[in-house]
Design a protein around this ligand. Structure first.
Ligand code: FEO
Ligand code: CA
Ligand code: CA
Ligand code: CA
Length: 598
């Protein structure tokens, strides 16, 4: 890093950036090695068959790694870190990439049941060698959660009439989790996972004519996947409340393979990208979560009760109830730049920064609602309507949110929003400063005094993404001739030095370049110096980054997902090569004899 003194040089980012490309491979910096850890269809149990693309069966898929891995976590089982649990979300299925000759008008029951089994989460034991390389192992910890695994509903709306169905008159027991996007690791060792675009699984909402459903995109008749033909619960005309049982933050204890995962209604129901927890000075916990859709909101939950330290069974049981009692808030932002300066071009305002202040507005706490005309149960189930009612700030697709491990500053990826400023839609605002926003921005939010219990905050944009040659981009004031281009930030993570790592999901929005994983210092003279650490194959998004001391892992989701492609005409042959159809997979990257970035 010429031009900076050694004192200013960031630790852990000593690698030459990967150049933008359109290759059908994972590209890593010189000196680094990479390998697939686990692919869609790989067996997780000794009794599971090897994957056979042309002979798939639901019973096999339920014992194999699922499709479209998104979030990933690595949980060390002891201080050495030699054995770790790799926990992965499987966001959605794309049947045209899963089955040759797939007829979307007439899927078979077996195909539909394969898709149910390919959703959910996987827990897999992996072994790490001294270099950082990860090898999957069969273990009694390994587990598959699918679209039919029982979940318990908890929190204020559990048992509500809004959640009762003919199969579950108690309104407390749901089969399955769907569209699990990003997630988080709790301080007590469990996994949180966000149910995101759940609307796409439910048919015939139009027959109910309920505006509360439409607010979640539940409209229309038949679904693309036609699951409603095979299980009546996916037909809202027959089970009008079933969709109310999806769209939550779910919690799984991967250390207890027999445990029943839960859905936390206290954190609200929306298209949860994720939830990430921070412990406050007084021992309570705060969870931040984004609602990933154009013009949606950022939320925060503050627990009533305190974390119990230690790893005892009773501490664990107590801690897994922390997200059931507390107060849910939504963010309202204001900008501080002179009126008229944030007009949609994205040019930096005269005060030099996109920044301002904001407040967390309460929505519900236990049985108490702060929203006129809505009960607390209604706030928990129709949270978007509650946030509308209190005038929350419409953001450009809030994706992952993480708190900086040293400073407590909260980082949120705002992925993009091509509808901003379009017909009848809200125009540019200081936190969302570009109309027709194709490339997104990264927000820094600081609760007052660095205290997550505070209901006031300041904020600023750290990155306004895109082609650095374009005047509407901003890289924290850093020399833009030296940064990597990035579009559509999605997941955020930190390494042990406090550098920010960002994965992208751009759908080729930036010159057709492949997506990647980027790293950037957030402080010091190199703040804003963003560098691409890896890129993923054609059509894939990069997700679930975990930045370890010796290994970086990413999920390569939907390789080959480009217009017109299918299993019969693949646009990618990664990772198996030849003329094989692509397979979503987890990849590990390491550098023998070195720590990451050193
Ligand atoms: Fe599934 Fe918000 O990305
Ligand atoms: Ca400003
Ligand atoms: Ca995402
Ligand atoms: Ca995304």
């Amino acid at each position: 890093a010429c031009g900076t003194t050694p004192e200013q040089r960031p630790t852990g980012l000593d690698f030459a950036p990967v150049a933008p490309n359109e290759l059908d491979e994972v590209v890593v910096p010189e000196g680094y090695r990479q390998a697939v850890v686990i692919r869609w269809g790989d067996p997780l149990f000794p009794d599971a068959p090897e994957f056979d693309f042309d002979r798939q069966a639901a019973a096999a898929q339920a014992r194999q790694f699922g499709f479209n891995c998104d979030f990933a976590a690595l949980l060390p089982l002891d201080a050495t870190g030699r054995e770790q649990l790799l926990v992965t979300n499987h966001e959605y299925t794309s049947e045209q990439f899963m089955f040759r000759g797939y007829d979307e008008e007439d899927p078979t029951r077996e195909q539909v049941e394969v898709a149910w089994a390919a959703h959910g989460l996987s827990v897999l034991l992996v072994e790490q060698d001294g270099d950082g390389r990860l090898t999957p192992r069969f273990s009694d910890r390994n587990r598959r959660i699918t679209a039919t695994t029982p979940f318990r509903l908890t929190g204020p709306a559990a048992g509500s009439d809004l959640l009762k169905t003919s199969a579950d008159p108690t309104g407390t027991l749901v089969l399955g989790t769907l569209n699990n996007c990003a997630g988080g690791v709790t301080p007590w060792g469990t996994i949180l996972s966000g149910e995101e675009n759940f609307h796409q699984y439910f048919a015939n909402a139009e027959r109910l004519g309920d505006p509360r459903l439409a607010r979640y995109g539940l409209t229309g008749a038949a679904t693309d996947r036609k699951w409603e033909r095979f299980d009546r619960r996916f037909d809202l005309a027959r089970e009008p409340n079933e969709a109310n049982r999806f769209g939550y933050v779910v919690e799984l204890d991967p250390h207890d393979p027999g445990s029943t995962p839960v859905k936390h209604t206290a954190l609200g129901r929306f298209k949860h990208e994720c939830a990430n927890v921070r412990v406050t000075r007084d021992g309570r916990v705060v969870a931040y979560s984004g609602d990933d859709e154009r013009f949606e909101y950022i939320y925060k939950f503050i627990s009533d009760r305190k974390l119990r330290r230690g790893d005892s069974r009773s501490a664990r049981r107590h801690n897994t109830t922390l997200l059931d009692e507390g107060t849910l808030y939504v963010a309202r932002f204001s900008g501080d730049s002179p009126a008229g300066e944030v007009g949609g071009s994205g040019a930096t305002p005269s005060d030099g920064r996109f920044d301002g202040s904001g407040e967390w507005v309460p929505l519900a706490s236990g049985d108490r609602s702060f929203v006129p005309g809505m009960t607390a149960e209604e706030v928990c189930v129709f949270t978007r309507l509650a946030a509308d009612a209190v005038g929350a700030t419409k953001m450009d697709r809030p994706e992952d949110i993480q708190t900086h491990p040293h400073t407590g500053v909260v980082y949120c990826a705002l992925s993009n929003n091509v509808d901003r400023g379009e017909d009848g839609e809200e125009g540019a605002t200081e936190p969302n400063p570009r109309v027709a926003n194709k490339h997104g921005q990264v927000l820094e939010l600081t609760d007052r005094g660095g205290d997550p219990l505070s209901l006031a905050f300041s904020w600023n944009l750290m990155l306004v993404c895109g082609d650095p040659a374009s005047p509407d981009t901003y890289f924290a004031g850093y020399d833009k001739s030296r940064v990597s281009p990035i579009s559509s930030p999605d997941n955020v993570a930190f390494d042990r030095h406090g550098n920010l790592w960002i994965s992208s999901d751009s759908d080729g929005a930036l010159n057709g370049y492949n997506d990647g994983l980027y790293a950037v210092p957030v402080s010091g003279g190199e703040r804003g110096h963003l560098k691409a650490f890896l890129t993923v194959p054609r059509g894939a998004e990069t997700c679930g980054p975990v930045i370890g001391e010796r290994v970086v892992t990413v999920c390569v989701q939907h390789p080959g997902e480009v217009d017109g492609a299918s299993a019969d005409a693949p646009a990618s042959h990664w990772p198996d090569g030849g003329d094989s159809p692509p397979r979503p997979s987890v990849v590990a990257v390491w550098r023998p004899g070195h720590r990451i970035g050193e």
